[in-house]
Design a protein around this ligand. Structure first.
Ligand code: NAP
Length: 295
């Protein structure tokens, strides 16, 4: 049975600790900046000695998860290394999507095997995280020995693996942020337009949810570009111009955003094959005219 310590008792650390315990790993230590967070995580996970001493907590384990906020990963790793918390052969993971395993170099210099193990999932709170993490994709990169352990963990969590070259991590993470965080922001943009039309925010969200879920289902079933529908996909310049006029009148601060997203949508519609070059050019001209604030 592998002994695991969690360093950084937030959403991801608590959820990973809980799920690993469920599949037979032994959670021996939980350390965080504050003892309150470590205790809260222990209550959820159901085992582990809690502490604010990162080095002593790491020393108990064969597998160390550094699940602090991104900025603190390297600092926490250096602190553990200087306190001799890594034994030869300890496997050390961080779960950040934007940083490579290079930030764990102080652990590697102390004989540990290091890798990044990024769950490609939106984890807003611990309860949702334990539901969503199961079966997710995990992006891994790092030392071969650590990757073997990462693959065992992914298999135990019924996840799937993505492997990446170290230098491609920022692009991969940008892609994940666009598809997840910008999706939330885009729905927020839609809500703002509904509110400007006089619909209250909660009613607007209730009304949009079936549409959003239907769209996500279409993306899953037939992919992109085929899932694209709507006036740009159909080449309906009149409707697009009506949108632009209404937004520039009522919500002018959002016109550039509409135009920029519209330009990308034109590209998708051309790929889908439902927008010919002439109609695409007409829509682009409209988007440029309003988007540059000329009206
Ligand atoms: N949330 C997501 O959707 C998601 C998805 C994939 C990957 N990730 C990655 O997972 C990691 C953790 O994210 P999270 O969402 O779990 O963040 P979080 O909920 O904010 O938790 C971070 C924890 O780190 C602890 N911490 C901060 N500085 C520390 C230090 N110097 N020493 C010890 N502990 C420290 C904090 O402890 P205290 O509470 O004690 O102050 C906090 O509980 C990040 O690398 C993030 O990029 C997150």
């Amino acid at each position: 049975m592998h002994k695991v310590s969690i360093i950084g008792a937030g959403v991801v650390g608590t959820a990973i600790g809980y799920l690993l315990k469920q599949v037979g790993y032994s959670i021996v230590g939980i350390a965080s900046k504050t003892i309150e967070s470590a205790r809260k995580a222990k209550e959820f996970i159901g085992s582990g000695i809690t502490s604010t001493d990162l080095g002593a907590t790491a020393r108990k384990a064969d597998i160390v998860f550094i699940t602090t906020s991104d900025r603190a990963i390297e600092v926490a790793c250096n602190k553990i290394a200087s306190d001799k918390g890594f034994k030869r052969g300890t496997v050390v993971f961080h779960t950040c999507g934007a940083l490579s395993s290079e930030v764990l170099r102080s652990a590697r210099n102390n004989g540990a095997k290091t890798a990044s193990l990024h769950p490609l999932q939106s984890l807003a709170n611990v309860n949702e995280a334990v539901k969503n993490l199961h079966g997710s994709y995990f992006c891994i990169e790092g030392d071969e020995d650590a990757l073997i352990v990462a693959r065992e963990i992914i298999a135990a969590l019924k996840g799937k693996e993505i492997t990446l070259r170290v230098d491609k991590k920022p692009l991969y993470h940008a892609g994940a942020s666009v598809a997840s965080n910008f999706l939330v922001a885009t729905v927020g943009f839609g809500l703002e337009l509904f509110e400007a039309a006089g619909i209250n925010r909660q009613d607007a969200l209730n009304a949009l949810m079936p549409l959003i879920k239907g769209t996500v289902k279409n993306i899953e079933a037939i992919g992109i570009p085929l899932a694209l529908t709507g006036p740009i996909s159909r080449g309906d310049t009149t409707v697009v111009e009506d949108h632009l006029k209404a937004i520039s009148k009522e919500k002018n601060g959002l016109i550039n955003l509409y135009s920029e997203l519209g330009r990308y949508t034109v590209k998708v519609a051309i790929e889908k094959g439902t927008l010919n070059d002439k109609a695409a050019q007409r829509i682009r001209s409209l988007l440029n005219k309003y988007g540059k604030g000329l009206c």
